[in-house]
Design a protein around this ligand. Sequence first.
Ligand code: GDP
Length: 197
Amino acid sequence: MIIKTAEFLKSSSKWQECPEPTLPEYAFIGRSNVGKSSLINGMLNHKDLAKTSQTPGKTQLINHFLINENWYLTDLPGYGYARVSKSMRKDFEKLITNYILNRKNLVNLFVLVDSRHTPQKIDLEFIGWCGENGVPFSIVFTKADKLKPNAAIDNVENYKKELLETWEELPEIFLTSAEKRTGTDDILKLITTTNEF
Ligand code: GDP
């Protein structure tokens, strides 16, 4: 897919405030600092469409972008801030779960995971929640350039092994680097093949 246009539409603090669900939608989520903004910007070929590293403690918002005038890209707030209060975590959970479970036009959720780390509890829990609720999702490993190629592949294989302890089937998996612009075309390909643009 060639990105011809990418425009910011709006930020919403409730799923009910999101743009009308009239176009297919693809959402991105992950822990804070996982490289979500960099990946979105790299994939869309825009320097700073998605804001990098939102400050922890700031209002959590759902950001919608209109791509090629025919699909929505959604930047969901990052989870897993170490130092937010319990009530903020609850608010975040409500925002995200309500959005994911109620958004009728959501075609796929891309769950971003840092390729350098061993599987983290918070990510595994979130992935488990997606599975239990029948959310269509893929896993996107980020920052692959920070590791030697074999080490990145080994980490992905270990992750798969861990998932297969509780899952019969694996979701689609992408290994990406926003820095080197690798893997993002495969994500765009999935978006193209799940729709008729
Ligand atoms: P977000 O909080 O998930 O939106 O993460 P950001 O996109 O702001 O990235 C967090 C940090 O990781 C920044 O310092 C980025 O420059 C860095 N980063 C993000 N993606 C990559 C990548 O693919 N490779 C490398 N080497 N650094 C990255």
